[in-house]
Write a protein that binds this ligand. Sequence first.
Ligand code: ADP
Ligand code: MG
Length: 224
Amino acid sequence: MSDSVVRLKSLTRSFEQGGVRIDVLRGIDLDVRPGEIVALLGPSGSGKSTMLQAVGLLEGGFGGRIEIAGNDASRLSGDDRTRLRRDHLGFVYQFHHLLADFTAQENVVLPLLVASVSRADADERAKSLLSALGLGQRLEHRPSQLSGGEQQRVAVARALANRPHLVLADEPTGNLDEATADKVLEQFLELVRGQGSAALIATHNERLAQRMDRVVRLHEGILI
Ligand code: ADP
Ligand code: MG
């Protein structure tokens, strides 16, 4: 058994573009310990999103080995991968992908119900997270009735609701103005720390990266 939340060994990914092969990830090794918050830095196009898709078990086509909480993900089939993802991982994207027809509260509750949490527990958990994020008065609002920063806070609550071992965030504050981004990130990190989750957070913002436990950099397809 591995005591890492994530262990990557020689992770590779290539794409074909117009008959040309581009090696985006050229042998990534990474261990993330329980509770550790790691910043994944790299310029646009360096492969941060590609790497998070691999760790999030969202796509195939990767070479090498991906272990999540001691499970060799590459050896799992569809349903088992889905279960592994659901039981261990939470996601925050740059654009929040909230469900437009549902309230803030429902957006957080729905994935919990899918994960077989009882309605009462899901409601309570959603309410307490959204309140901690300053949205106690916004529970019944739909995404279109919320500001960008508020919408991103709902996305943060949704990602943390199931207390995942690992939170994956792809430029979670990338579409917010600087002051709002700082505030949302601050609250995000505090909640992640508070519930003992680990996190892998892609950003191209050096300043925000310095607030995390460790910084790794993607450069020409490897981590430095
Ligand atoms: P980042 O998130 O660091 O900006 P990405 O992981 O999105 O970088 O992209 C890294 C490289 O991989 C880019 O050159 C991009 O064009 C290429 N790439 C990403 N996804 C695909 C895809 N589905 N098909 C072809 N090329 C892709
Ligand atoms: Mg990206």
